[in-house]
Design a protein around this ligand. Sequence first.
Ligand SMILES: Cc1cc2nc3c(=O)[nH]c(=O)nc-3n(C[C@H](O)[C@H](O)[C@H](O)COP(=O)(O)O)c2cc1C
Length: 221
Amino acid sequence: MDVYEAVLSRRAVRGFTDEPVPAEALERVLAAASWAPSGSNIQPWRIYVLTGAPLACLKKVAIERVAAGFPWDEREFEMYPTSLKSPYVERRRAFGNERYASLGIARQDWDARQRAAIGNWDCFGAPAALFCYIDRDLGRPQWSDLGMYLQTVMLLLRAEGLHSCPQMAWSQVRETVAETVRPPDDLMLFCGMSIGYEDHAVNYIRTGRASLGETVTFIGG
Ligand SMILES: Cc1cc2nc3c(=O)[nH]c(=O)nc-3n(C[C@H](O)[C@H](O)[C@H](O)COP(=O)(O)O)c2cc1C
């Protein structure tokens, strides 16, 4: 698979089969992804990979807590600014509309939206997940290193015939994740990522993108 194909075929998959992910494939992907760039090569990502019984147990506990209405864990970072300005607010709204329309859920149907959101904590059925942590002392440039690393993982997963869904939703139940992962105190959870083989029976949306002119300015010849 060439790089363009990997980039264009990667998308947030929200329906996985229960076919196990070969441990060797995960190891190949994570070994290659460690070559992702980072400022001064400090490699700030700390990754925990969960499969089998530990992941099944984490999913069960997280779903039970969310379904029972447990409050979200105190936030260590805001997923979005409280007042999201244009054009981001419109893009976010468009994504929400597309996502819930694909599931046949009306935008005002809060209960149905919550039920759909619970899929996050089932990893959308995926049999493998990683949890990406960063040292609390590190700053914004190092968070961008995490993004590069995670995208590298997602593209390599495509080369293995696998799909993924990055999920900040896991940060809302970070203490539940910590009960399984037991990270050192100086680490904070950025996101989870579900990993597996796509379930083609599940409806999905192909998200759009802003035109090149909206996000890129070419200056010069
Ligand atoms: C850092 C990050 C966090 C995300 N968190 C979630 C999440 O919690 N749940 C979810 O279903 N999708 C999540 N997504 C997926 C985005 O919604 C998705 O990438 C975006 O809508 C673009 O769609 P595409 O990835 O299919 O191209 C996240 C993506 C990123 C990059």
